[in-house]
Design a protein around this ligand. Structure first.
Ligand code: ARG
Ligand code: ZN
Length: 475
């Protein structure tokens, strides 16, 4: 009784404080910012709310490229809002906020949603967006279309740093992760792949079939994908008990076997990477190989690979790169896109470690090989890895010079501190985001060594560094 009344008093006091602060801090409801504050992409993401879940429920006709349906967003406001933005490029039919019809004004990849009354701060909101469009006909402000179509009506929503606006409305930035249910109805005989675990198919009244996928760990919008087309889907169980789903395009031709000989080893590669970086952060495993894409991307739980990676035979290097991104990029994401070295430098170095485990030279030897193979006047040395510039995130400098940087760090601090730094980073930042400066601070703290000069030379300064350092110099 006594305890109960004390709790009531405390709750009342806290309530008063909230009300007072709320009324003074934001007396006038304001529009949410059209961007989340990324210097490379000022309109990526939005201000004023935080998404916890997306339910994407669509119908896709491969013959016409017509995509229709709805996305239901569960979010919480972080300020008093007169309106807020969604990042989206397809034509919107309607928007409701907490069941009330809202005004939706779309322009330049931003949808300004104005509910009939302002939203209080700290409030749970449910936003339902109905839409229909042909993603392949939609261009962003730069004239680019990220949605891809392949032969036989194949369609792929895969790209980095931007793909979501072509198929679902979102707060499109890695600093706002959420769980996802993705469901797409397609004609009989068409396969739909996405992230996470497979929740089965449901027959549709028109004879079509709905594919249901669920990703239950925090996931960035750009890592959420769908691949639609003709695939062989293989289901199995990994040694750690997790479900494995791989899919291979029916049209891989001469690369069909080399693709399988690479991607079927996904659980083995994850087991190796887990032994180095700590527990695998996600609940499912797999890979998708397609002719409809010219690159590989580390889509959460189930990367997508261009068939081109397998044209010279098996290639587990690319598999180890994309799977290492599950730790570096997907679980620990970039806080802003300037920090892309934390993704690409680390995944590239991880592929050297995988190669070492396969008896193909030590990681140190591979890093040295790359260092030697780029002459001092090569353009790679003119890119500032810690700030490559927007549109330049995937320059080979970020990958190769980025991986050399980690070898230089390893040489400077020794194997044991190096591995401890990587494992602490993935543990501390799990399901979150990081900045290069935070990684440098962690490296200095764990190693007990001043590392400013090393990182300044390798990441922040143009020109070929004098060398990778000498591990033998360690005491
Ligand atoms: N993160 C991808 C990788 O594994 C690179 C994606 C490149 N993006 C693109 N649109 N080409 O390296
Ligand atoms: Zn990569």
């Amino acid at each position: 009784m006594f305890l109960r009344s004390r709790l009531t008093l405390a709750a009342t006091a806290a309530g008063l404080v909230t009300v007072l602060l709320g009324s003074t801090a934001s007396a006038v409801p304001a529009p949410g910012a059209p961007g989340i504050g990324d210097p490379y992409y000022p309109t990526a993401g939005n201000g004023g709310y935080d998404v916890s879940h997306y339910n994407i429920r669509l119908t896709y006709n491969p013959a016409t490229d017509l995509l229709s349906g709805s996305t239901t967003i569960l979010a919480r406001t972080t300020q008093e809002l007169s309106s807020f933005n969604l990042d989206f490029l397809l034509p919107v039919k309607s928007v409701r906020v907490n069941n009330f019809v809202a005004k939706a004004d779309a322009a330049n990849g931003e949808v300004v949603v104005t509910p009939p009354a302002p939203l209080a701060s700290g409030r749970d909101i449910t936003v339902v967006v109905q839409y229909e469009g042909k993603p392949s006909t939609v261009k962003d402000a730069t004239g680019f279309t990220a949605w891809k179509r392949g032969p036989d009506g194949a369609a792929l929503a895969i790209d980095e740093p931007n793909i979501a606006p072509w198929w679902f409305p979102s707060n499109n930035h890695p600093t706002d992760k959420a769980t996802f249910d993705v469901s797409v109805a397609v004609p009989q005989g068409v396969e739909v792949l996405s992230n996470g675990t497979f929740a089965g198919t449901t027959p549709q009244i028109n004879g079509w079939v709905r594919w249901n996928w669920r990703s239950a760990r925090p996931q960035a919008p750009y890592l959420t994908y769908i691949v639609i087309g003709q695939f062989e889907v293989r289901q199995s169980t990994a040694p750690n008990g997790q479900p494995v789903i791989n899919a291979y395009g029916d049209d891989l031709g001469a690369n069909a076997e080399s693709a399988r000989a690479s991607v079927e080893r996904t659980p083995e590669v994850i087991e190796f990477l887990s032994s180095v970086f700590g527990d695998y952060p996600f609940e499912a495993q797999g890979g998708v190989v397609s002719t409809g894409v010219g690159f590989a991307l580390e889509n959460q739980t189930r990367p997508v690979y261009s068939t081109a990676f397998f044209r010279r035979g098996a290639n587990t290097s690319v598999v180890s790169h994309e799977l290492a991104h599950q730790w570096f990029g997907d679980s620990v994401s970039v806080n802003t896109w300037r920090n892309i070295w934390l993704n690409e430098g680390f995944a590239t170095y991880a592929s050297y470690m995988w190669a070492e485990s396969q008896g193909e030279g030590t990681a140190a030897e591979i890093a040295q090989y790359y260092y030697d193979s780029y002459p001092a006047d090569h353009p790679i040395w003119q890119v500032t890895v810690a700030d490559p510039g927007s549109g330049n995130e995937f320059d080979s400098a970020v990958y190769d010079r980025g991986a050399m940087t980690l070898q230089a760090l390893r040489n400077a601090v020794g194997d044991s501190a190096f591995l401890q730094i990587l494992r602490t980073w993935t543990a501390q930042k799990r399901y979150s985001t990081g900045k290069i400066e935070e990684f440098i601070a962690l490296s200095e703290r764990i190693s007990g060594k001043p590392l400013y000069d090393l990182f300044n030379t390798w990441l922040f300064t143009k020109g070929k560094p004098a060398g990778l350092g000498n591990p033998a110099a360690l005491s």
